[in-house]
Design a protein. Structure first.
Length: 688
């Protein structure tokens, strides 16, 4: 009788365990042969399977396609629906392995869901429970959203169904209640109806009828929200069946007759119509009814069941007919109906129905009563042992699954720890490397800065030394000028005057000698005056230490190489006010360029020109040597030094050279000079 109430569960299983219509018809990238296998119902089973296998081969040829896993999953589902167990198990495992590679928890869960449905259809419910539980744990690893919550709830519901079938009522109720909590959160009224109906079935099986009626009443609330007539019929039948089990036959009959009076029931839901007709007939019989109308009702119900091939309800109807015929004093007909019911129950593996029919047969067939009684006892013990074994197996499955999950959790944690250690060590290594690199760069910068300061100091010392030398030279020139003017010229003037006095002598010889001496002294006087004026003028001229240094360097190179060097510059500019970096690098650039002329140019003449405007200083070093091809060959160290120095002070370098036509190096440098406090400024040089 319990299976009468589970028809709603069968409806849910179809809805829960098969992919939704919209999901199943997603055909993007699906081979046409797979579509034919799925949709062409006019083809034979074997033809559809062949099309499906052909489509599978086409899919496997495109493993790198983004739709590969999705299409493979569709082939697996179609093979399940076509009930080709070999192809289904093969493709299901392929999908599972591919999903494992990419850690796709949703697809992994769906493969376990499909194989659970396969085992449920094969009535291997313990295996179905195992795979439903595995699917649940895969879905539990998905990010929490409405879709993943719904998938988890559907697996919990399915596990509850499997447990209820093997009378693991506590486990079944626990899982269904968990599913209800999720459905309530999601507002899924339809599945709340199914879940509360299952709770009602569980309570009824435990003979907790009041609690069962309460659950059915809750289901009725959600039915009213959906206004679902089919669910309303189902709920009313379940309530009537529970009351029938309470042996309140009058109330049960009232509910069944109300249900049967609905004109749409027989045509819209024939199976439920047959159930209600058999149960109402049984209630009338239990109230004492024995009329022929009862036999007609059973026969009508049998006709309905045979049309839909419902073997379980056919066995139930033959069982009730045997009881009715016994009460009508028709023992032969009753015995035939009972034996028919027993055969169908055995065929359908319905143990409870077998026990009820065996109990009846011990009364109907006195000759074989002992045999039936022994069969009853053996079957009863077998059922108890099987139920105990199944409950233990469910417990073991839960334990083993939990252990696997715990082991996976530990391995995951260990993996995370090792990943954390590796990441930490990597970050530490990167940090140490960056610190060391930064220190090396800092030390290099400090070294370059120190070197630059040292170069500047050396240059300043060189300029200071040259300045002191030139200053001493000019002072000495001035002193000589003054000595000549004030000393020698005075003395010479005195001599001239004395000689002029002696010139008064009248002898001819003396006069001639004196005249000659006086003329010579006048010549010396004029010469000394000229030298004095020139020296005095030079002493008041501007002294350029930077220019003097460049001139000395050029003269030294000229003297040592034999190359005629000329140097031109603007004398009206205050060259010494240029920033030290510019002067030292300009000096070195000219020096390096002239050294290149000496080493490589084979020239006779070299020209150095300094030109400065308000914004830039232009250095031009040219020669009349052999030249070179600027686009070929490697740069020598001298040229690289020039490039480095130009880049260091943000200048530009241009080299023009042709074979046998000489070389011209042009360097443009920004004009920056030092103010009186020694700070640099980018303003233009002031004219002297």
């Amino acid at each position: 009788m319990k299976k009468l109430l589970l028809f709603i569960s069968a409806i849910l299983l179809v809805g829960c365990n098969q992919k939704s219509g919209s999901e199943a018809v997603m055909n993007k990238g699906l081979p046409s042969s797979v579509k034919i296998a799925r949709d062409s119902t006019e083809l034979s089973f074997q033809e559809r399977i062949e099309y499906l296998k052909k489509g599978l081969r086409e899919i496997q040829q495109n493993k790198n396609d983004s739709t590969y896993l999705d299409n493979l999953s569709k082939v697996s589902l179609i093979s399940l629906r076509l009930k080709d167990s070999i192809l289904f198990r093969k493709t299901n495992n392929m999908v599972y392995q591919e999903a494992l590679k990419v850690n796709n928890q949703k697809v992994l869960g769906e493969t376990q869901w499909d194989i659970a449905a396969y085992h449920r259809d094969k009535s291997t419910l313990d295996s179905a429970y195992f795979y439903f539980r595995r699917a649940y744990h895969h879905f539990a690893d998905l990010p929490t959203d409405s879709a993943s919550l719904s998938l988890k709830a559907r697996m919990l519901y399915s596990m509850g169904q499997m447990q209820e079938d093997f009378k693991d009522f506590l486990g079944a109720e626990s899982n269904v209640v968990k599913a209800i909590r999720i459905y309530e959160e999601l507002g899924d009224n339809k599945r709340l109806i199914y879940s509360y109906n299952v709770l009602g079935i569980i309570s009824s099986a435990q003979k907790n009828y009041d609690k069962g009626l309460e659950y059915y009443g809750t289901a009725r609330i959600y039915i009213d929200k959906l206004n679902d007539e089919r669910s309303r019929w189902t709920n009313q039948n379940n309530i009537a069946h529970l009351i029938l089990r309470k042996k309140d036959f009058s109330k049960a009959l009232e509910l069944y007759e109300k249900l049967l009076n609905d004109p749409l029931l027989a045509s819209e839901y024939p199976r439920l119509y047959g159930k209600a007709l058999v149960s109402s007939t049984y209630a009338k019989f239990k109230q004492g009814g024995l009329g022929e109308k009862l036999n007609q009702n059973y026969n009508e119900a049998l006709k309905v069941y045979k049309d839909i091939d419902d073997r379980d309800d056919i066995a139930r109807t033959h069982h009730f007919m045997a009881e009715l015929l016994t009460a009508q004093n028709k023992p032969k007909e009753a015995l035939a109906e009972a034996k028919l019911a027993l055969g169908l129950a055995k065929e359908n593996h319905k143990n409870e129905r077998q026990l009820e029919v065996l109990r009846l047969l011990t009364e109907l067939d006195a000759e074989n009563a002992v045999a039936y009684s022994n069969d009853y006892y053996t079957l009863s013990e077998q059922i108890k042992e099987e139920e105990r074994t199944k409950r233990d197996k469910f417990a073991r499955i839960r334990l083993e699954t939990d252990q696997v999950i715990e082991q996976n959790t530990v391995l995951t944690r260990q993996k995370q720890i090792w990943i954390g250690v590796v990441v930490g060590l990597t970050l530490l290594g990167i940090a140490v490397f960056m610190i060391i690199s930064q220190r090396i760069r800092n030390n290099k910068l400090k070294f370059e800065q120190t070197q630059q300061e040292s170069n500047q100091e050396i240059y300043n010392l060189m300029l200071g030394q040259q300045g002191k030398f030139e200053e001493g030279k000019k002072l000495e020139q001035k002193r000589i000028s003054e000595e000549l003017h004030d000393g020698i010229l005075g003395e010479m003037l005195g001599i001239r005057l004395v000689l002029g006095g002696l010139n008064e002598r009248t002898d001819e010889q003396s006069q001639g000698q004196r005249a000659e001496l006086i003329e010579k002294l006048r010549g010396v006087e004029e010469e000394i005056r000229t030298i004095s004026h020139e020296l005095s003028h030079a002493s008041y001229q501007k002294i350029h230490n930077f220019i003097v240094s460049v001139e000395d360097m050029i003269r030294n190179i000229e003297a040592s190489s034999g190359i005629a060097c000329s140097f031109t510059y603007d004398d009206h500019l205050d060259w010494d006010d240029l920033q030290g970096d510019i002067k030292i690098n300009a000096y070195r650039i000219v020096q390096e360029s002239l050294q290149n002329c000496v080493k490589h140019a084979q020239c006779e003449n070299a020209l150095v020109d300094f030109d400065c405007d308000k914004q830039k200083l232009t250095l031009t070093i040219s020669d009349d040597g052999v030249g070179f091809d600027t686009g070929k060959g490697k740069k020598g160290i001298g040229l690289r030094n020039i490039v480095s120095r130009v880049k260091k002070i943000n200048g530009t370098l241009q080299i023009e050279s042709k074979k046998n036509k000489g070389t011209t190096v042009t360097v443009s440098l920004p004009v920056v000079y030092q103010n009186i406090d020694g700070e640099s400024t980018g303003q233009e040089l002031m004219e002297a």
